[in-house]
Design a protein around this ligand. Structure first.
Ligand SMILES: Nc1ncnc2c1ncn2[C@@H]1O[C@H](COP(=O)(O)OP(=O)(O)OP(=O)(O)O)[C@@H](O)[C@H]1O
Ligand SMILES: [Mg+2]
Length: 154
Protein backbone atom coordinates (compact mmCIF):
# COMPACT_ATOMS: atom_id res chain seq x y z
CA UNK A 1 0.00 0.00 0.00
CA UNK A 2 1.22 3.49 -0.82
CA UNK A 3 0.77 6.24 1.73
CA UNK A 4 0.97 10.01 1.27
CA UNK A 5 3.95 11.97 2.62
CA UNK A 6 4.35 15.64 3.52
CA UNK A 7 4.50 17.84 0.41
CA UNK A 8 7.85 19.37 -0.55
CA UNK A 9 8.19 22.92 -1.84
CA UNK A 10 10.58 23.31 -4.77
CA UNK A 11 10.91 27.05 -5.40
CA UNK A 12 13.07 26.83 -8.51
CA UNK A 13 14.77 24.54 -11.00
CA UNK A 14 17.86 24.23 -8.81
CA UNK A 15 15.72 22.87 -5.97
CA UNK A 16 14.18 20.34 -8.36
CA UNK A 17 17.60 19.17 -9.56
CA UNK A 18 18.88 18.96 -5.99
CA UNK A 19 15.91 16.80 -4.98
CA UNK A 20 16.72 14.51 -7.91
CA UNK A 21 20.27 14.24 -6.62
CA UNK A 22 19.03 13.19 -3.18
CA UNK A 23 16.67 10.61 -4.68
CA UNK A 24 19.57 9.22 -6.73
CA UNK A 25 21.32 8.37 -3.47
CA UNK A 26 18.57 5.86 -2.64
CA UNK A 27 17.58 4.19 -5.92
CA UNK A 28 18.02 0.49 -6.65
CA UNK A 29 17.60 -1.82 -9.62
CA UNK A 30 13.93 -2.64 -10.16
CA UNK A 31 12.66 0.64 -8.71
CA UNK A 32 10.01 2.59 -10.59
CA UNK A 33 9.70 6.36 -10.14
CA UNK A 34 6.46 7.66 -11.66
CA UNK A 35 6.47 11.40 -12.36
CA UNK A 36 2.99 12.91 -12.63
CA UNK A 37 2.08 16.49 -13.47
CA UNK A 38 0.88 18.54 -16.42
CA UNK A 39 2.85 19.93 -19.35
CA UNK A 40 5.86 21.85 -18.06
CA UNK A 41 5.38 20.70 -14.46
CA UNK A 42 9.06 19.81 -14.09
CA UNK A 43 9.03 16.04 -14.60
CA UNK A 44 12.00 15.95 -16.98
CA UNK A 45 13.91 18.35 -14.73
CA UNK A 46 13.49 15.99 -11.78
CA UNK A 47 14.54 13.04 -13.94
CA UNK A 48 17.62 15.03 -15.01
CA UNK A 49 18.49 15.59 -11.37
CA UNK A 50 18.26 11.86 -10.69
CA UNK A 51 20.39 11.03 -13.74
CA UNK A 52 22.99 13.64 -12.78
CA UNK A 53 23.06 12.18 -9.28
CA UNK A 54 23.73 8.78 -10.82
CA UNK A 55 26.77 10.23 -12.56
CA UNK A 56 25.47 11.35 -15.96
CA UNK A 57 27.63 14.16 -17.33
CA UNK A 58 25.82 16.69 -19.48
CA UNK A 59 22.08 17.28 -19.78
CA UNK A 60 19.83 14.32 -20.43
CA UNK A 61 17.53 14.83 -23.45
CA UNK A 62 13.79 14.78 -22.86
CA UNK A 63 12.48 11.38 -24.02
CA UNK A 64 9.29 12.94 -25.37
CA UNK A 65 10.16 11.89 -28.94
CA UNK A 66 12.31 8.80 -28.33
CA UNK A 67 9.73 7.62 -25.72
CA UNK A 68 12.37 5.38 -24.09
CA UNK A 69 15.84 6.81 -23.41
CA UNK A 70 18.12 4.16 -21.92
CA UNK A 71 21.36 4.82 -20.00
CA UNK A 72 23.93 2.22 -19.06
CA UNK A 73 26.95 1.80 -16.85
CA UNK A 74 29.50 3.44 -16.80
CA UNK A 75 27.84 6.74 -17.79
CA UNK A 76 25.49 6.17 -14.84
CA UNK A 77 26.20 3.97 -11.82
CA UNK A 78 23.04 1.90 -12.39
CA UNK A 79 21.19 1.32 -15.67
CA UNK A 80 18.21 3.64 -16.17
CA UNK A 81 15.32 3.75 -18.63
CA UNK A 82 13.84 7.27 -18.76
CA UNK A 83 10.43 7.02 -20.40
CA UNK A 84 7.87 9.61 -21.54
CA UNK A 85 4.49 8.06 -22.35
CA UNK A 86 2.77 11.32 -23.31
CA UNK A 87 2.35 10.42 -26.99
CA UNK A 88 1.04 6.91 -26.42
CA UNK A 89 -2.64 6.51 -27.02
CA UNK A 90 -3.64 3.24 -25.45
CA UNK A 91 -2.64 0.42 -23.15
CA UNK A 92 -1.57 -1.82 -26.07
CA UNK A 93 1.02 0.72 -27.20
CA UNK A 94 2.51 0.92 -23.75
CA UNK A 95 2.59 -2.86 -23.55
CA UNK A 96 4.65 -3.03 -26.76
CA UNK A 97 7.42 -1.07 -25.05
CA UNK A 98 8.17 -4.07 -22.83
CA UNK A 99 8.91 -1.87 -19.85
CA UNK A 100 8.80 -4.83 -17.45
CA UNK A 101 12.07 -6.05 -18.95
CA UNK A 102 13.88 -2.99 -17.60
CA UNK A 103 12.91 -3.89 -14.06
CA UNK A 104 15.31 -6.84 -14.09
CA UNK A 105 18.40 -4.65 -13.94
CA UNK A 106 17.43 -0.98 -14.24
CA UNK A 107 15.75 1.95 -12.61
CA UNK A 108 12.63 3.00 -14.53
CA UNK A 109 11.65 6.68 -14.51
CA UNK A 110 8.25 7.23 -16.13
CA UNK A 111 6.74 10.56 -17.17
CA UNK A 112 2.97 10.48 -17.82
CA UNK A 113 2.47 7.18 -15.92
CA UNK A 114 -1.31 7.70 -16.18
CA UNK A 115 -0.95 6.19 -19.68
CA UNK A 116 -0.28 2.84 -17.97
CA UNK A 117 -3.63 2.93 -16.16
CA UNK A 118 -4.00 -0.07 -13.90
CA UNK A 119 -0.72 -1.43 -15.19
CA UNK A 120 1.43 0.97 -13.17
CA UNK A 121 3.46 -1.23 -10.82
CA UNK A 122 2.36 -1.36 -7.17
CA UNK A 123 5.90 -0.74 -5.95
CA UNK A 124 6.24 2.54 -7.89
CA UNK A 125 7.18 5.68 -6.01
CA UNK A 126 4.60 8.16 -7.35
CA UNK A 127 5.63 11.80 -7.33
CA UNK A 128 3.16 14.48 -8.43
CA UNK A 129 4.30 17.97 -9.39
CA UNK A 130 1.87 20.85 -8.99
CA UNK A 131 2.12 24.62 -9.14
CA UNK A 132 3.68 25.99 -5.97
CA UNK A 133 4.13 29.45 -4.51
CA UNK A 134 5.18 32.15 -7.00
CA UNK A 135 6.80 30.36 -9.96
CA UNK A 136 7.82 27.29 -7.98
CA UNK A 137 6.45 23.79 -7.74
CA UNK A 138 5.04 21.61 -4.99
CA UNK A 139 5.67 17.89 -4.90
CA UNK A 140 3.41 15.33 -3.29
CA UNK A 141 4.46 11.70 -2.94
CA UNK A 142 2.62 8.41 -2.69
CA UNK A 143 5.17 6.22 -1.00
CA UNK A 144 4.99 2.41 -1.29
CA UNK A 145 6.29 0.17 1.50
CA UNK A 146 9.62 -0.40 -0.22
CA UNK A 147 10.32 3.34 -0.25
CA UNK A 148 9.02 4.38 3.18
CA UNK A 149 12.37 4.38 5.02
CA UNK A 150 14.20 5.76 2.02
CA UNK A 151 11.75 8.59 1.42
CA UNK A 152 11.94 9.65 5.08
CA UNK A 153 15.67 10.27 4.56
CA UNK A 154 15.13 12.46 1.50
N1 LIG B 1 10.76 23.75 -9.09
C1 LIG B 1 10.69 24.51 -10.16
N2 LIG B 1 10.35 25.81 -10.08
C2 LIG B 1 10.25 26.57 -11.18
N3 LIG B 1 10.49 26.14 -12.44
C3 LIG B 1 10.83 24.85 -12.60
C4 LIG B 1 10.96 23.98 -11.49
N4 LIG B 1 11.31 22.76 -11.97
C5 LIG B 1 11.40 22.87 -13.29
N5 LIG B 1 11.12 24.12 -13.70
C6 LIG B 1 11.07 24.62 -15.07
O1 LIG B 1 9.85 24.21 -15.68
C7 LIG B 1 10.03 24.08 -17.10
C8 LIG B 1 9.45 22.78 -17.58
O2 LIG B 1 10.19 21.72 -17.00
P1 LIG B 1 10.20 20.25 -17.60
O3 LIG B 1 10.57 20.23 -19.02
O4 LIG B 1 11.04 19.47 -16.63
O5 LIG B 1 8.67 19.85 -17.45
P2 LIG B 1 7.94 18.49 -17.87
O6 LIG B 1 6.97 18.21 -16.77
O7 LIG B 1 8.91 17.44 -18.19
O8 LIG B 1 7.14 18.91 -19.18
P3 LIG B 1 6.54 17.96 -20.34
O9 LIG B 1 5.20 17.51 -19.84
O10 LIG B 1 6.40 18.90 -21.50
O11 LIG B 1 7.49 16.84 -20.57
C9 LIG B 1 11.53 24.23 -17.34
O12 LIG B 1 11.76 25.53 -17.83
C10 LIG B 1 12.14 24.05 -15.96
O13 LIG B 1 13.34 24.78 -15.81
MG1 LIG C 1 9.11 16.11 -19.82
Amino acid sequence: MASPAEPLDLPDEAAMLALGGRIAGHVRMGDVIALEGGLGAGKTTLARGILAGLGLAGEAPSPSFAIVQPYDVPEVRLPVAHVDLYRLENAEETEELGLDDYLVDSLLIVEWPDRLGERLWDHALCLTLLDGAQDGRRLTARVPDGWRDRWSQI
